[in-house]
Design a protein around this ligand. Structure first.
Ligand code: 5RP
Length: 245
């Protein structure tokens, strides 16, 4: 909740997610192809994007999940599938945790595979998060890995053997959660990830893991929304400038 500076009689209710989601519209320009992430923070971005489209902004969205397709379609945001575009100008997506080096964990909503494909096709990647997602070290949030259903127990055993504490993600009915690409998810309860890059490289080579939710060096900017409605920015450019590179 915060006071609108232009109209001090008006109290605005907004949480960090809404503040970050709405701020991301400043990144969007006429004619862009825009990757549309997944989740409750992206919801606010889609809401304001839909308002701009209704006012005449011309963009093409590329969704990262069926949930986002549904929402964007309802809100009349023009869409194309990833296979129908050569490149994406910018992708706006959420994250479950992000560290000061702009690495993160994604996949809390189960869309990590499509999110990573869309991110890799994007010239610029922006994450929108509320301030509770900022951590010094990744790993408190369970790391999702997307696995093929055939032999998923073998992968679970392999993860158990490494001490990664895997847990099969279930849906509300108590059945295995199935991703848009028809895979299962194992959540790894790692508690602390010492070296995200080497863990990512290790998981990249495990047979049966289709993708993991570690996004290392895969965002350019993070918009961090605070409960008072202000939004901070953490960008790769700032980090490079500070390190003198
Ligand atoms: C979905 C994701 C989401 O971006 C992530 O879970 C953050 O979601 P929310 O904005 O609802 O907190 O990675 O796979």
């Amino acid at each position: 909740m915060f006071l609108d500076r232009q109209n001090t009689n008006r109290v605005i209710f907004m949480d960090g997610k809404e503040a970050a989601g709405r701020k991301a519209i400043d990144e969007i320009r006429e004619g862009m192809t825009v990757g549309l992430g997944t989740g409750s923070t992206v919801y606010y971005f889609l809401q304001v994007l839909a308002e701009k489209v209704a006012e005449g902004l011309s963009i093409t969205g590329v969704a990262t999940s069926q949930k986002t397709v549904k929402l964007a379609t309802e809100w009349q945001i023009p869409m194309k599938p990833l296979n129908s575009v050569d490149q994406i100008d910018i992708t706006i997506d959420g994250a479950d945790e992000c560290d000061p080096s702009l690495n993160g964990i994604k996949g809390g909503g189960g869309a990590l595979l499509y999110e990573k494909l869309v991110a890799k096709a994007s010239k610029k990647r922006v994450w929108i998060v509320d301030s509770r997602k900022e951590v010094e070290q990744l790993g408190s949030f369970p790391l999702p890995i997307e696995v093929i259903p055939f032999g998923w127990k073998q992968v679970r055993q392999a993860m158990e053997n490494k001490g990664y504490r895997p847990e099969l993600r279930l849906n509300e009915q108590g059945e295995p959660f199935v991703t848009d690409a028809h895979h299962y998810i194992l959540d790894l309860h790692l508690r602390a990830i010492q070296d995200p890059a080497s863990l990512a490289a290790e998981l990249d080579h495990v047979t049966g893991i289709v993708e993991h939710g570690l996004f290392v060096g895969m965002t350019d900017e993070i918009l961090i929304g605070y409960p008072d409605g202000h939004v901070g920015t953490l960008s790769r450019k700032d980090i490079l400038r500070r390190s003198g590179k």
